[in-house]
Design a protein around this ligand. Structure first.
Ligand code: SF4
Length: 384
């Protein structure tokens, strides 16, 4: 990816949560990555791997008991950490939009889709709407002035023009909403906009949620489990929709998911997360064709494929983030675990190009005939 196209640059981001009994957990641990324009970057891992917390760190919509304790989040070269709330609000929802994990519950059941879209417009684009309306009213004024000196026929024409402009000013946000609903593939948009959320299917609500998030034409769209709770056909439609919108609007997309199928269909780059850390990163091809971390390999084997006879599950459970010790967090579940995995915390190293992993097993295999080089790499990372 072209460096000049980088939208989001996250470096060594670490966040902590205070939980009862004065315990601290680290759901986001020393995370670094970038997202460029037109790029789709996926974060995959089991529940509790820190994927959603990462998304909420970026938008700084963290719970009260959570805080960012280190690192940097640069969006369009502007540091977001410690940015004034008023400045942050100009970016959040406008330049960075987030489709939440359960969009169905993000709608207010007592208001129509039109009212909820209208509110979104007023929250984010009030100034633009006001200036568009005053532009229309200015035109009306000018037409009214010229009307006085015109012939009767021309006066009639001008009156019709004025009427159309008044209608346009009155229905400005409605028309914009209809356009957006059509853009996301809602058929019968004029009927749907008058309906309540409970009258729409899950797939349709997801499309409306995407439309609402496009109101400000964001340059980065974060989708947190965008197709959970949708059936397979609708999932595919939503994925296709996001890709189509991306090619029209050149957005960067960050996808948070536990579903490798979505990653395979959508992403250019993948980060595999486990216990709050990125354990492997690479192009989608690298991760699917050539996984190097034992956890990634297990994830692949637990995903259904056409030619899979038997699916493997990953035995055990991810560790509680409050109980992370020295060593590889996956060690307890890993069949390839070695002595070093229990005594030393893995570090990230390059495999080739943009492919990175933290698995000791791969490192030891790679340098099995070059112990000096292995020792050098370990030493460089503080392991004697
Ligand atoms: S570092 Fe060790 S324990 Fe962790 S995944 Fe690799 S082999 Fe398994």
């Amino acid at each position: 990816m072209n460096k000049n196209n980088i939208l989001l640059e996250v470096k060594n981001l670490t966040a902590s949560f205070e939980i009862p009994d004065k315990k601290t957990i680290i759901p986001v641990n020393n995370i670094s990555f970038t997202i460029s324009k037109n790029e789709t970057v996926g974060f995959v891992g089991e529940s509790g791997s820190g994927k959603s917390s990462l998304a909420y760190c970026i938008t700084q919509l963290l719970a009260k008991n959570a805080k960012i304790i280190g690192g940097s989040i640069k969006f369009d070269n502007q540091e977001l950490i410690n940015l004034k709330l008023s400045e942050l609000q100009k970016i959040r929802g406008a330049k960075i939009a987030i489709i939440p994990q359960n969009p169905m519950s993000s709608f207010d059941p007592i208001y129509t889709i039109e009212k909820q879209m209208n509110e979104m417009f007023m929250n984010h684009l009030k100034t633009k709407i006001d200036s568009k309306k005053s532009e229309l009213f200015q035109k009306i004024k000018e037409l009214e002035k010229t009307k006085e000196i015109k012939s009767l026929d021309e006066q009639k024409k001008i009156s019709l023009e004025i009427l159309a402009l008044k209608k346009e000013a009155k229905n400005y946000t409605y028309n914009q909403s209809i356009q957006l609903l059509k853009l996301v593939g809602i058929n019968d948009a004029e009927k749907r906009i008058k309906q309540y959320p409970s009258e729409l299917s899950g797939g349709m609500l997801q499309r409306v949620m995407i439309a609402m998030n496009l109101i400000c034409e964001p340059s980065l769209l974060i989708a947190d489990e965008p197709t959970t709770a949708l059936d397979v056909t609708v999932q595919m439609q939503i994925i296709t929709l996001l890709k189509t919108l991306q090619s029209k609007m050149h957005m960067g997309i960050m996808i948070i998911t536990h579903d490798l199928g979505i990653i395979a269909n959508m992403c250019d780059t993948v980060h595999v997360m486990y216990a709050g850390s990125i354990v492997e990163s690479g192009s989608t091809e690298d991760i699917f064709q050539n996984p190097k971390h034992e956890y990634t390999k297990k994830l692949m084997l637990s995903t259904p494929k056409f030619d899979t006879e038997k699916l493997e599950s990953i035995s055990g459970y991810p560790p509680a983030l409050s109980q992370l010790n020295i060593g590889c967090a996956f060690a307890e579940r890993c069949e390839k675990c070695m002595e070093i995995c229990l005594k030393q915390t893995p570090f990230i190293f390059q495999i080739e190009n943009n492919h990175y992993s933290t698995c000791f097993k791969y490192l030891y295999e790679k340098y099995k005939n070059n112990h000096d080089e292995l020792k050098k790499i370990l030493n460089l990372n503080g392991i004697k």
